[in-house]
Design a protein. Structure first.
Length: 196
């Protein structure tokens, strides 16, 4: 675990230094191994605010947005989808903040890439929805369903007290290879929110 924190700190230091044009050290003098203190670093906060100011208004005037997907270095990273637009809009600032932090950490300016296409996003969702499922009850009202494929993981939170309605879906890309699983649009696995 500590090596993972150190690796993340090193990446943040390198990328923040490149972005700001000056040497940045995000490790805290109080505890150099603390990821929380690293994430509270004033240099990181300053750069994040620039991105937050640009992306936070994306939802302004929109009343039908229930989620978002993002890519880092041209590769789909993950997507968060909620069944309630008000819940999503409430969580948007925190979701965006963590996404920006991850993007700054993983940014590779030396890598050339093309923008992600809608067809790739559709394939990503279809692949994740085709995974083998495992379910785990976490409380009397909440079940977590995990669908796994070789390249994706989908965590679906279900409200057991609302007739098994899903609350949140978190789609995660596990790898660099792409697996395309063709699905019939009428399949039960094909999410209603993806039908058009």
């Amino acid at each position: 675990m500590w090596s993972g924190v150190a690796e993340q700190q090193t990446k943040l230091n390198q990328n923040l230094s490149r972005i700001s044009g000056e040497t940045v050290e995000t490790r805290s003098a109080v505890s150099s191994s603390s990821l929380q203190l690293t994430l509270e670093n004033k240099n990181l906060d300053k750069i994040k605010k620039e991105y937050l100011n640009e992306f936070e208004p994306l939802l302004n005037g929109k009343t039908d947005v229930i989620g978002f997907a993002y890519a880092i270095n041209g590769e789909l990273n993950s997507a968060e989808v909620y069944n309630n637009k008000n819940l999503f809009q409430t969580l948007w600032p925190k979701l965006l903040d963590s996404t920006i932090t991850k993007t700054i950490t993983e940014c590779d300016n030396d890598r050339k890439y093309q923008n992600v296409q809608a067809s790739e996003l559709k394939s990503f969702f279809e692949t994740a929805l085709s995974g083998s499922a495992k379910e785990r009850t976490v409380s009397k009202s909440t079940l977590v369903r995990t669908l796994t494929t070789p390249t994706t993981v989908l965590f679906e939170t279900v409200d057991l007290q609302a007739d098994g309605v899903w609350i949140h879906k978190s789609f995660i890309n596990k790898g660099k290879q792409t697996v395309t699983v063709p699905l019939d649009r009428n399949s039960l696995q094909y999410a209603p929110e993806l039908r058009r």
